[in-house]
Design a protein around this ligand. Structure first.
Ligand code: MRU
Length: 345
């Protein structure tokens, strides 16, 4: 299974809306098709979104037919369209910035084909960096996992949410591959069930013992001493360590704190946004009412019921025991240590 595959002039992604019932793939040939894949959650997860927008930008260059002046104006539109797809995961603007920097470096190249090749090259580098970062996150994170551990995770921060391997699930995979006895509790993750459909599927396929729970069961498990640690992914970590992740993460962090259970965030540095000082500045995506009113196309609530559907919440830094990055594990105080880690790397 490959989450993302570049085919030379198109991008192939696994359709995450169909998993686990069907393993089918979609192919995007234009930046507009890439934008639609992100909006419809065919591809999701912060690092995967980053890699996919990079390829979307490259496709925007490859699809263009017209004059040299129009080419640069077209790419500005491509950038704006891709940037507007999902607001919370900072990996999206991080990847677009890398693509724009590469475009700037190539601006004087005579031949537009050379510029297109450089942009494809940059998108490949972003994807490769993600693979590398996830492996390192796995290795650092593994040092936090006891020989025998029951780990709670939320949503899907696995291979499907990245280019390969995963962040939170990358840590779990590394611990499992190192011979540790790990057992994972995966939360369902309403309303779109990324935990039930994607995390359960990934772990089951990898042979890693996993038990599915509904979102409202985590507190009871913790109260019974059934959880040794919690590891989740992130969509944006800001300068003071506040972290946006899938809705429900905040409740889990408060519960873990109450029960004295370590709560870790696993995220590559592409998810860190030092431009924002606190989590209150993070834009939180609101999604369609339909996601709450329907389940697999079937109405499950009164048709006109009022709905609130934020896709993410913000966990205050004080509940986070450590942030596992490809440069090592960052401990509090995050306002000092995140910057130190980034300067050192
Ligand atoms: O709405 P989604 O499915 O894109 O949300 C995904 C998450 O919240 C993940 O935990 C996060 O992106 C980290 S993925 C390594």
């Amino acid at each position: 299974m490959k989450t993302i595959e570049w085919l030379g002039r198109s991008l192939k992604v696994i359709d995450q809306t169909k998993l686990p019932a069907e393993e089918v793939y979609c192919e995007a040939k234009t930046h507009e098709e890439v934008a639609e894949l992100i909006e419809s959650m065919v591809v999701r997860g912060a690092p995967a979104i980053g890699a996919v927008v990079a390829y979307g930008y490259a496709l925007g260059a490859l699809e263009f037919q017209g004059s040299r002046e129009e080419f640069f104006a077209h790419l500005e539109n491509v950038q704006a369209r891709l940037k507007a797809t999902r607001p919370t995961a900072v990996n999206l603007s991080w990847a677009l910035r890398r693509m724009e920097d590469r475009l700037r470096e190539m601006r004087d190249a005579e031949d537009l084909e050379l510029i297109c090749a450089a942009l494809v090259d940059e998108a490949n580098a972003i994807a490769e960096d993600d693979r590398r970062m996830n492996k390192l996150i796995g290795e650092y994170g593994n040092t936090l996992v006891p020989e025998k551990a029951t780990i709670l995770t939320h949503c899907n921060a696995g291979a499907l949410a990245t280019v390969e391997y995963g962040t939170a699930l990358g840590v779990i995979r590394t611990a499992f591959e190192a011979g540790k006895t790990v057992h994972v509790y995966a939360t369902e993750t309403r309303p779109l069930l990324q935990g039930a459909r994607l995390t359960a599927w990934e772990l089951f396929k990898a042979g890693i013992p996993v038990t599915l729970i509904a979102d409202n069961m985590a507190g009871w498990l913790m109260q019974q001493d059934k959880i040794d640690l919690v590891i989740v992914g992130a969509d944006r970590v800001v300068a003071n360590g506040d972290t946006a992740n899938k809705i429900g993460t905040y409740s889990l962090a408060v519960l873990a704190h109450t029960h004295g259970i370590p709560f870790y965030v696993a995220a590559p540095t592409s998810t860190i946004d030092l431009k924002m000082r606190t989590g209150m500045e993070i834009p939180i995506e609101q999604r369609s009412d339909k996601e709450m009113r329907e389940l697999f196309g079937k109405q499950i609530t009164p048709a006109e019921i009022d709905v609130y559907n934020p896709a993410f919440d913000v966990t205050p830094a004080k509940y986070i025991t450590g942030i596992i990055t490809e440069n090592g594990i960052v401990a509090p105080p995050y306002a000092v240590n995140l910057l130190k880690m980034l300067v050192r790397s």
